[in-house]
Ligand binder design. Structure first.
Ligand code: ASP
Ligand code: MG
Length: 421
């Protein structure tokens, strides 16, 4: 008997019909003789709608209450799913995050899992029931409050349960057939990957690929959980996210995928005195805000003035607080001014094959320039090259780069559901 953890995203349980369809799928897995634990997201765009609603009653909603509000979304879907399964003649029990033992730190809105004690889930399985766990939520022991794991956190719930229960596989069900070479909503010629290494998946997720949430990939990698990303709309084999075995040589394409991200902004600190310690000062201020910065570029200082500009990217949602923090220390640090640009797009090409091939950057930059797309910032890691462009050119940039690296498939990719929100 295998233990399978299945995660269903919001678009797979968007309405009553979909919930019944998913219930059928879960029952089939159980019928085949497996133990089944399910992690489920809120229906459709419920979480976004609840966030919008919160902002209508409060400009800066209280973080504790926001978590109370948002966790209701998953409570709805888990209960409905359990009901639907029961009507198919199978025992199912739903559990909130805290009932399922998802213990987190106290950081509302972005809590990290510190312990998983799924005693009740294990009991349910032992009694032959299917356990349905609300994704995205946990419980902090010190504050005794409900927390959420950050947007897309149901993936992490599923992976954490799989690790704690020693599951054979963690299946992530979504509205496309697996992990694609690019988001098929933007690049219709994207094709499904049969297999991707967790290292590449981490880079893709970090670069904005929304199919898997980065913390979930990290967690899976750390705990050796095998992920299978597949469609909830058919029985096709999806994409296996595997940990690369040391010494294993596989024929790697140079580029595995292209990711795009419109959620970031750019801050430029203008006129920074080019003396030792200034970058440290600036990024200490930024770090104190808890913001998650990504690309950093420092210009050559102008000889006449001895001043330089430093630009970095960060999530738009954190822009305001970082600007405020920097402004407060402007005198002290001695920079001239701040510029904020939220109309940027970030494109990344990722591939383990990059390590052993040359000319990847040249090909990328050539493809963009042929399409008349200007590059504003560049950064690289061992297996990724990222560039910043204007936001409105990002979809085109993704398509031309996808073509340039020979990733285009023969057929159009199918997107089964979801608004891509
Ligand atoms: N419902 C939450 C969200 O939309 C969690 C999830 O979908 O994984 O972010
Ligand atoms: Mg969702």
């Amino acid at each position: 008997m295998s233990l399978i953890v299945q995660k269903f995203g919001g678009s797979s349980v968007a309405d009553a019909e979909s919930i019944k369809r998913v219930a059928k799928r879960i029952v089939e897995t159980r019928k085949a003789g497996n133990e089944v634990v399910v992690a489920v997201s809120a229906m459709g765009d419920t979480t976004d709608e609840l966030i919008d609603l919160a902002h209508q009653v409060s400009p800066i909603p209280d973080a504790r209450e926001m978590d109370m509000l948002l966790t209701t979304g998953e409570r709805i879907s888990m209960a409905l799913l359990a009901m639907a399964i029961r009507d198919m003649g199978y025992e199912a029990r739903s559990y909130t995050g805290s009932q399922a033992g998802m213990i987190t730190d106290a950081q509302h809105g972005a809590a990290r899992i510190v312990d998983v004690t799924p005693g009740r889930v294990r009991e349910a399985l032992d009694e032959g029931a299917i356990a349905i766990v609300a994704g995205f939520q946990g419980f902090n022991r010190d504050s005794r409050d409900i927390t959420t794991l950050g947007r897309g956190g149901s993936d992490t719930t599923a992976v954490a349960l799989a690790a704690a229960l020693g599951a054979d596989v963690c299946e992530i069900y979504t509205d496309v057939d697996g992990v694609f070479t690019a988001d098929p909503r933007v690049v219709p010629k994207a094709h499904k990957l049969d297999r991707v290494t967790s290292e590449e998946m981490l880079e893709l997720a970090a670069a904005g690929a929304k199919v898997l949430y980065i913390r979930a990939v990290e967690y899976a990698r750390r705990h050796g959980v095998t992920l299978h990303v597949r469609s909830s709309f058919n029985n096709n084999e999806g994409t296996w996210v595997v940990n690369q075995v040391e010494g294993e040589t596989v024929e790697e394409p140079i580029i595995t995928g292209v990711a795009g991200d419109l959620s970031e902004a750019k801050i430029t600190v203008v006129g920074v005195p080019d003396v030792p310690g200034k970058a440290a000062e600036i990024f200490t201020i930024v770090a104190k805000t808890g913001a998650n910065i990504d690309m950093i570029v420092q210009n050559v200082s102008a000889a006449a003035t001895g001043l330089t500009d430093i630009s970095f990217t960060l999530p738009k949602a954190e822009g305001e607080k970082v600007l405020t923090a920097l402004r407060a220390e402007q005198q002290e640090t001695g920079f001239q001014s701040l510029q904020y640009d939220d109309q940027i797009g970030k494109l990344a090409v990722v591939g383990a094959g990059m390590r052993t091939s040359s000319g990847v950057s040249a090909l990328l930059f050539r493809a963009l320039s042929d399409a008349g797309i200007n590059i504003e910032m560049i950064s690289t890691s061992e297996i990724r090259i990222s560039v910043v462009t204007r936001a409105d050119t990002l979809p085109d940039a993704m398509r031309v780069v996808h073509t340039a690296f020979g990733l285009d498939g023969d057929t159009e990719a199918v997107v089964y559901a979801g608004t891509g929100r």
